[in-house]
Design a binder for this molecule. Structure first.
Ligand code: 13P
Length: 254
């Protein structure tokens, strides 16, 4: 069966001091986590600090974005080789905040996923509909389009070396969590879309839910058959909250 996975997306939060305090707190609490893979995705500048503190522990780390290009005149961008210099396991790609605020297209997200995989980094591929799209009844169409754009470039079997994060935009940072049933419906749709192309890949790929996951709703979400864990924003910045969510992963592991 699929291993539960809980990843913290710190977004643009933290300081040298808070990173140290958060990770040391997590390290102290990791003894209580045995089944769930745990990762943190800090802002780029803190990746070396995270790598130093988490080396030799079971906590993995990754970036919040990555360039689709290898090197060169791309001001402000960060290449996969640079992430590898600091032992990143993961790179989040296509987060809705990047799609909306930085105009990232489905094609760009696909290219970033391919670039990450080409250098051995596991992309956490974010997909999800806006409130307007949900109300129009086109949620499946939207997430299907976003995912198919990636599959067209990397191929369906390459999803075995990727993680998918379903993050309904209306649930991100709003406190409006999708109900476990609402999330499960979309996760099942995503897994079926993949199964129609390759059943073995669909069985293996981890599909995380993201959007206002908190300590008190994590277990009911992760308990759903097609929800394999979570991508956590705000609640990943507090040791107790984040570790409680990681324990929900352990409690729902099958
Ligand atoms: P929140 O958990 O703060 O809603 O953020 C979710 C998210 O965007 C994770 O990538």
């Amino acid at each position: 069966m699929r291993q539960p996975f809980v990843a913290g997306n710190w977004k643009m939060n933290g300081s040298r001091e808070s990173v140290e305090a958060l990770l040391n707190g997590m390290k102290d609490a990791m003894g209580s986590i045995s089944k769930t893979e745990v990762a943190v995705c800090p802002p780029f500048v803190y990746i070396p600090q995270v790598a130093q503190i988490c080396a030799g522990t079971s906590i993995k780390w990754g970036s919040q974005d990555v360039s689709s290009e290898k090197a060169g005149a791309y001001t402000g961008e960060t290449a996969t080789s640079m992430l590898n210099d600091f032992d990143c396991t993961y790179a989040i790609v296509g987060h809705s905040e990047r799609r909306t605020l930085h105009g990232e297209s489905d094609e760009m997200v696909a290219k970033k996923s391919a670039a990450a995989q080409a250098d051995g980094i596991i992309p956490i591929i974010c997909i999800g509909e806006t409130l307007e799209e949900r109300e129009k009844g086109i949620t499946e169409e939207v997430v299907g389009r976003q995912l198919n754009a990636v599959i067209d470039v990397i191929g369906v079997q390459a999803l075995q070396k990727a993680v998918i994060a379903y993050e309904p935009v209306w649930a991100i940072g709003t406190g409006m969590t999708a109900s476990p049933e609402q999330a499960q419906d979309v996760h099942a749709y995503i897994r079926k879309l993949i199964a129609d192309k390759d059943a073995a890949t669909a069985e293996k790929v981890q599909i995380l839910y993201g959007g206002s996951v908190k300590a008190d709703n994590a277990e009911s979400l992760f308990g759903m058959p097609d929800i394999d864990g979570g991508l956590i924003g705000g609640a990943s910045l507090k040791v107790e909250d984040f570790m409680a969510i990681c324990r929900a992963g352990d409690n729902t592991a099958v």
